[in-house]
Design a protein around this ligand. Structure first.
Ligand code: ADP
Length: 175
């Protein structure tokens, strides 16, 4: 079904693991097997079934891991949502400095969310933590990519869930 109007983008301070939306996006790493930051929080809150699904994805579709900029959906275990969309942001600290890769994370996550049937999606500030991107640049790529996507017509809610005042302010000013 197509919404009559694309939804306004929202930015809130909070913990993405408590969001009551259809799908939350995980700033995962290539291994898909969990990590620190938002990835660790999502795996802890979702419980072991999420890791089992990710291990199965590694065994089947992604033996070499999920490439940077791509996205894949799993179930959400004990989280209050239906799907987790895993995407791998570029790691600036490892020399991955191409903003197009960051834009690709937001675009491919949105596409995967719509593909599985989600109508509401929450994103974290992908690559703004351990992967070392400036929060202003992440906000710019996130808001411009998601805000400019044709896929918005399929959604009723798109929410950026930010940790900390600085991250919230960066997104709010870009919105
Ligand atoms: P990356 O490895 O892609 O940089 P991180 O998880 O280290 O991912 O950080 C991405 C952003 O998510 C950072 O701004 C971090 O503060 C934030 N973050 C960490 N935990 C949570 C959470 N539970 N909910 C929302 N945002 C979170």
């Amino acid at each position: 079904m197509t919404a009559s109007q694309p939804p306004p983008l929202e930015a809130v301070a909070g913990d993405i693991t408590t969001q009551r939306v259809d799908a939350v996006v995980n700033a995962a790493n290539t291994s898909l097997l969990g990590g620190g930051g938002v990835d660790g929080a999502i795996h802890r809150a979702a419980g072991p079934s999420l890791l089992a699904e990710c291990q199965e994805l590694r065994r089947t579709r992604y033996p070499a891991g999920l490439p940077v900029g791509e996205a894949v959906a799993t179930g959400a275990g004990d989280l209050p949502c239906r799907w987790v969309i895993h995407t791998v942001g570029p790691n600036r600290r490892a020399g991955q400095t191409d903003p197009a890769m960051l834009a690709s994370c937001f675009e491919s996550s949105l596409r995967e969310a719509v593909r599985v049937g989600a109508r509401s999606v929450a994103f974290p500030a992908i690559s703004a933590g351990i992967y070392g991107w400036d929060i202003e640049e992440v906000a710019r790529m996130a808001v411009d990519t998601v805000g400019g996507s044709d896929l918005l017509d399929h959604l009723s809610t798109v929410r950026f869930v930010l940790f900390g005042r600085e991250a919230l302010a960066a997104f709010e000013s870009r919105l």
